[in-house]
Ligand binder design. Structure first.
Ligand SMILES: [Zn+2]
Length: 372
């Protein structure tokens, strides 16, 4: 049944009003889309930096962007026009995206071109702020000094690997299989019976296995043990010296030690040997020198906390190479004899410079390093 005529007229009017509003909304959207399509290329071109370009892009395509705002008005347009408007919006969106990418690439290219065509850095220009000169690390300085001293005594430098076979690190040196030094607690094991060498004595083994005596070598290098406290570091530096010849005796060893102490710590530095045990020497000894910290002008020692008031400080271990080691390396122990001595370079440097803590060597604090 039709509504009464008046009501019908009102309804028709309402429909006309709705149509007019929808048409107006469509016009507004069309104008907005046209304006945006017209203006965005120039806005992108005006963006000089990547950030400015991204900001501009967000103003158009972002959640609160202009195109998104236009899209929100779509529901007000006449239903039959919505599909076409949606397509226009998508087309414009694709245009904006393509133009954005192109502009982004252009900005990157311009930066790169500017970079490539810029004048190259002049590395020879003096800096405006004065830069301190570097210098040798105390460990390196001491190692070079020790090498120089032994070179002067006729020793040549020999090298060896950091990762070593168990046999060269322990076996051939006469370590019993259950010796505490071979324990997992003390060594860094890798795979297949290899470990990080725990001392530079592996170089002695290698040299003696490959060469025939007479020989006199020094072997400096990094060594690794699972130790970590104020006087121990898991990595430290050793220097070993060994000499093999006919009729080498403890007296030769004593002479080399006295010469080393004199050249390293000053003429007349007293040296004493205390009997000690190392598996690879017989007899073995620890070497003390007169304390360098409490030495008086007349050459006597006052005693101090560093030498525990004895006037003596231990610097290295040494001894006559054990016949077992010679045999393991294929050298006839009836004919050849020799001595070996090994020192920790950190300790030698600590004594020379009065450094209290081994960690200081490895922290690379310029306030510490600048003191040498
Ligand atoms: Zn002292």
């Amino acid at each position: 049944m039709l509504p009464p005529p008046r009501a019908r007229v009102r309804a028709e009017c309402g429909k006309d009003a709705t149509n007019a509003m929808e048409t107006a909304a469509k016009d507004t959207i069309d104008r907005a889309l046209a304006a945006l399509a017209e203006s965005f290329p120039a806005r992108f071109e005006a963006a000089e930096t990547e950030q400015a370009l991204r900001d501009e892009n967000a103003k158009i395509l972002g959640k609160k962007g202009e195109l998104t705002a236009i899209l929100k008005e779509l529901g007000k347009a006449p239903p039959e026009a919505r599909k076409a408007i949606g397509e226009s919006v998508n087309r414009l969106k694709r245009d904006v995206e393509a133009r954005f990418e192109a502009r982004l690439a252009a900005i990157a290219k311009r930066l790169r071109d500017a970079d490539l065509s810029a004048r190259p850095f002049d590395l020879t220009l003096p800096p405006r702020i004065p830069v301190g000169r570097g210098h040798k690390h105390p460990i390196n300085a001491v190692r070079e000094d020790v090498i120089e001293i032994f070179r002067g005594l006729g020793f040549a430098v020999h090298d060896g690997p950091d990762v070593e076979l168990e046999e060269n690190n322990f076996g051939k040196l006469g370590f019993p299989p259950d010796h505490p030094a071979t324990d997992m607690q003390d060594s860094f094991w890798t795979t297949g019976g290899h470990l990080l060498r725990t001392h530079t004595s592996n170089i002695q083994v290698r040299a003696m296995s490959l060469q025939k005596p007479p020989m006199a070598f020094i072997a400096p290098g990094s060594v690794f043990r699972r130790d970590d406290d104020a006087t121990h570091s898991p990595m430290f530096h050793q220097l070993e010296a060994f000499l093999v010849d006919e009729r080498v005796s403890m007296a030769h060893l004593r002479g080399v030690l006295a010469e080393f102490a004199a050249r390293m710590y000053g003429p007349g530095t007293p040296v004493r040997l205390r009997p000690s045990y190392f598996p690879f020497v017989e007899p073995g000894a620890e070497v003390d020198i007169g304390c360098v910290f409490c030495k008086r002008a007349d050459g006597t020692r006052a005693g101090c906390s560093l030498c525990k008031h004895t006037g003596w400080i231990e610097i290295l271990g040494c001894g006559m190479i054990h016949p077992v080691v010679f045999e393991a390396c294929g050298i006839d122990p009836e004919r050849w004899t020799g001595f070996a001595l090994g020192m920790g370079l950190e300790r030698i440097a600590m004594l020379r410079y009065g450094i209290p803590n081994i960690k200081l060597y490895f922290e690379n604090d310029p306030r510490f390093l600048a003191q040498f």
